[in-house]
Ligand binder design. Structure first.
Ligand code: NAP
Length: 295
């Protein structure tokens, strides 16, 4: 019998990849984008899950506007914390495993090596607090949730999603021909969405629960990531390094938020490939989407 899975936020970067990967692995998949089911509507979440009765519920829905969240912290909290509470309560009703995604921004960035699952969170702003609260709600109501924290997600879906991603942002800026300033004093581990989806489902299939980090595996500054993107794309736009002092944003962000994949690897999962390979793959897939006739 096919295993049933439900995906909330199915039209985001990660949601698209979860649906694709689950179907490839022969799951029966039902996905809802925000217009169909807003996870802040608890009654609706409960109703649709009762209708599908899935074994696994993936939450790829999230309010990800880190800077805007400082102006509207309630909106971030409703989606990222109370929305997860709704999902957790509904998962209890149908006895499904909730697979939820968290963020590297739960950390304060004072570390000098990739954060591990047992490092203490210390979020620096409204988005980060709301995401940490979401993790807590999942853990509060469920015995065996799987919570996967990730970092700097980029997937081909970012070509068309509302929020896009850093690679698309850089390519658009390069096309503008204006000088591009990117911070060199913030380090993360950018994560290719199709691999994030695949590794997460691997964990599910290994019957894992608890907190895991799944990120790109290559700690890199955003400036160096931009350089890598342009080099791989064969572009040479006017790129300048800047820093946190010069480039102020409404939200505070951790200076260092690379995540360690050690626990994931110890669970028997394949390490992530180097970032340059992921960027190359991303650009190749992107090309088939932008110019389908050439593919
Ligand atoms: N993107 C990153 O760099 C990054 C970094 C660290 C962690 N993460 C985490 O990774 C996960 C996946 O992120 P992503 O990159 O796939 O984000 P994304 O592309 O922005 O997708 C998020 C999706 O959630 C939907 N959504 C927002 N509020 C919702 C609600 N109340 N109910 C239902 N759907 C809602 C959005 O719909 P609309 O577009 O219509 O609003 C969008 O389709 C999230 O948990 C995110 O917090 C992401």
């Amino acid at each position: 019998m096919a295993r049933r899975a439900a995906v909330f936020g199915c039209s985001g970067q990660l949601g698209i990849e979860l649906v694709r990967e689950l179907k490839e692995r022969n799951y029966q998949v039902v996905g809802w984008e925000r217009a169909a089911v807003d996870i802040s509507d608890g009654e609706k979440v409960e109703r649709v899950l009762a209708g599908v009765d899935p074994r696994f519920v993936f939450n790829a829905a999230a309010y990800n506007q880190v800077d805007v969240a400082e102006r509207e912290p309630q909106a971030a909290y409703v989606a990222n914390a109370l929305g997860v509470r709704n999902l957790a309560l509904a998962c209890r009703q149908v006895d499904a495993q909730l697979v939820h995604f968290g963020t590297d921004y739960v950390f304060d960035g004072t570390a000098h090596e990739p954060y591990r699952e047992d490092d203490l969170p210390h979020p620096l702003g409204a988005y980060a607090v709301s995401k940490l609260a979401g993790e807590l709600y999942a853990q509060a109501y469920l015995e065996r949730p799987l919570i996967v924290r990730t970092c700097g997600v980029f997937g081909p879906g970012g070509l068309t999603t509302n929020r896009g991603n850093f690679v698309e942002f850089m390519l658009r800026r390069a096309a503008d021909g204006q000088p591009i300033r990117v911070v060199e004093d913030h380090i993360g581990s950018p994560t290719y969405a199709p691999l994030l989806a695949a590794r997460t489902i691997d964990l599910v299939e290994k019957n894992q629960h608890g907190l895991f980090h799944i990120a790109g595996g290559t700690p890199i500054s955003w400036f160096d990531f931009a350089k890598l993107i342009f080099k791989t794309a064969g572009l040479n736009p006017p790129l300048q390094a800047t820093n946190e002092r010069e480039y102020r944003t409404p939200a505070r962000r951790p200076k260092y938020s690379a995540l360690s994949n050690d626990k994931m690897e110890q669970a028997g999962l394949k390490p992530m490939p180097p970032l340059d390979e992921c960027v190359k793959t991303y650009l190749a897939v992107r090309e088939t989407l932008v110019h389908p006739a050439k593919a």
